[in-house]
Design a protein around this ligand. Sequence first.
Ligand code: BMA
Length: 315
Amino acid sequence: MSDGLKELFTRHPSNPILTVDDWPYRANSVFNAGAVEIDGKTLLLVRVEDRRGISHLSVARSDDGVSNWKIDPEETFSADLDNHPEELWGVEDPRITFVPTTGEYLIAYTAYSETGPMVALARTRDFRKFERLGTIMPPEDKDAALFPVKFDGRWAMIHRPYGAASEHIPAHMWISFSPDLKHWGDTRVLMRARRGGWWDANKIGLSPPPMETPSGWLILYHGVRKTAAGDIYRLGAALLDRDDPTKVIRRSNEWVFSPQETYERVGDVGEVVFSCGWVRIDDTIRLYYGAADTTIAMAQASVSELLDYLVACPS
Ligand code: BMA
């Protein structure tokens, strides 16, 4: 295979690495997990959809990030309807950001309210006790993650409002800022869905949280193309300026990962690869992704190869 044809991501041979059959209690599907590395072990905060169709989050831990998962025996983080009615139809798609200055993990997740998805925030130190900070974006808004550092004293978050989106107006990725994690504003478009025949024509949204590299903030995003046969969810890559994350320095024209294997093409929602988490070990990225909204799979890439690829992409 020539270098031009080499894929940036390599699927793990044990894929899918987690399925609902591994779960200690009855559920429908497990997918779209947040991911962190803690003391050399991998922790996934997994979206589990129960057999009503409502999602909660559960923790799975593994020494090697691939096998022998220890899964919490009961739901770890479930909708709290007494205090958070906006979680009526469940909690979904967590993105975890470790904040080195405080030692806390900030989790941006989707609260599925009766008027649509909203962005909500929680924090934890140990993935056992969680403090909810409540909703931070009105519906419809999702696909959010925070940066681990502040910019000029303000937190930054990428998210995807859907308010104006329609068949004619695509859904873009936005960025907002906050002095206190609670009040968000200075909201602006970060990256646009490309319309027309593009693979990321109709909707785009952040995938895992931004990863800091010497070349800038590395991001993956999902792009949705509507077709006569349904939506296709693929992943693209971009680089944001390290000091000013509102500036997109590079963006891949082609997707970097797409549904190919049967477990990605067939499931509750076929033709979907959807990632909420990755971990970095030296130069290797382990990308955890939901496959067809049914199972969790993993693919690896080299950070330096991804950056080399992106630096050669258009600015
Ligand atoms: C998106 C989100 C994801 C899901 C994807 C494909 O809008 O709701 O949770 O994986 O659709 O169904």
